[in-house]
Design a protein around this ligand. Sequence first.
Ligand code: SF4
Ligand code: SF4
Length: 185
Amino acid sequence: MWFPNCSGGGWEREGLALSGGPAPSQRFRVGQRLELRELARKLARLGQSEYDKIKFDRPRPLPEPPMATWHCVSNCGACCNLTPQDRPDLDQYLSAENLGLYHSMVGEDGWCIHYSKERRQCNIYSDRPSFCRVQADTFEAMFDIDPEELDEFAIDCCEQQIEGVYGANSDELRRFDQAVNGIEA
Ligand code: SF4
Ligand code: SF4
């Protein structure tokens, strides 16, 4: 699923903005952490008993997966690319009123008319629509996501959106993964 939109520029939970690419060794650590997080998701689907079986059948203890917490990162703005063709299921989670508002915000190039590409920031940040806000009540209303699942869901949404807009090997995606996994650049 594509992110409907969120905060669009790295202003929420600020202070976590990272700059520059990671050193090769850090890049390896990012890969390891992402693999662990994916493993944790698979294990959650299997259930605790299967987790115990795998954990204790291994010759060495399985490391605890790192906690990932959603953060918006600065100099991203991927979710402010509103191209409707990339979000064919908009009408499934936006009300008729918000759907109209969404379409009214789409510029000719697909980016939000309120988005500053130069600064990579929202020009109406404090007044942005509800569907631009990554918060528990918004996501529960739009996607029926429990508040405790917000981090994981929002992380997946951001990763899909950033990859779609900037690419799988983009600096934006690398910085985002570093931020949510608590890796300092
Ligand atoms: S895609 Fe995610 S990280 Fe990027 S601006 Fe939007 S909320 Fe922030
Ligand atoms: S109003 Fe536009 S620029 Fe601002 S956060 Fe929403 S999509 Fe991004």
